[in-house]
Design a binder for this molecule. Structure first.
Ligand code: IMP
Ligand code: MG
Length: 176
């Protein structure tokens, strides 16, 4: 069975519009505060870069890289931190920016990891939500799009490290 790019789910224009709305909402909710945005590599790098340019409150940006133990497309919930933060979280207003919430296990782990460092507040922003796949509840404060249970790529998101550079979100299909 070969995988191939089957079509477009979200166009570059749709992504741009929604990211601008999220940035405006985040700026409004954090009026008078300064933010520490934490992007999760690699998948969130494009979303994070576009989002921070729509945020109008003072913002510092840091990244974490994580990898989830487990095979293929299933996340095991055991997360290994490959790159930790440079910034200090304690007392900061933190916005965690992730590409997709699927089972929820990765975000649950990251949320607990950051909560232990006592931020002043912690909000979660995801570009894409696949609610049908959830194994654990995670509070998502800002959500770009709710999508069906399809394997998607593009706008930073990969399949076997490919397709991250696509300016739109595409769906991966499988031949017989
Ligand atoms: P969770 O722990 O199951 O919520 O895993 C979320 C992570 O799985 C995301 O950050 C992605 O790296 C990956 N993921 C989930 N669905 C997809 C998909 O459709 N395409 C590419 N990566 C995905
Ligand atoms: Mg990821």
């Amino acid at each position: 069975m070969a995988k191939y790019l089957a079509g477009e789910l979200l166009s570059a224009a749709e992504l741009e519009r929604r990211v601008a709305e999220l940035g405006a909402q985040i700026s409004q909710d954090h009026a008078g505060e300064s933010l520490l945005v934490i992007g999760i590599l690699k998948g969130a790098f494009v979303f994070c870069a576009d989002l921070v340019r729509k945020i109008t409150v003072p913002t510092e940006i840091d990244f974490m890289a994580v990898s989830s133990y487990g095979s293929g497309t299933e996340s095991s919930g055991v997360v290994r931190i490959v790159k930790d933060l440079d910034a200090t979280v304690q007392g900061r207003h933190v916005l965690l920016v992730e590409d997709i919430v699927d089972s929820g296990l990765t975000l649950r782990y990251l949320r607990e990891y950051l909560e232990h460092q006592q931020p002043a507040s912690l909000k979660i922003c995801v570009l894409l939500d696949k609610p049908s796949r959830r194994k654990t509840e995670v509070p998502v404060d800002y959500r770009g799009f709710t999508i069906p249970d399809e394997f998607i790529v593009g706008y930073g998101i990969d399949f076997a490290e490919n397709y991250r550079h696509l300016p739109y979100i595409g769906i991966i299909g499988e031949t017989e």
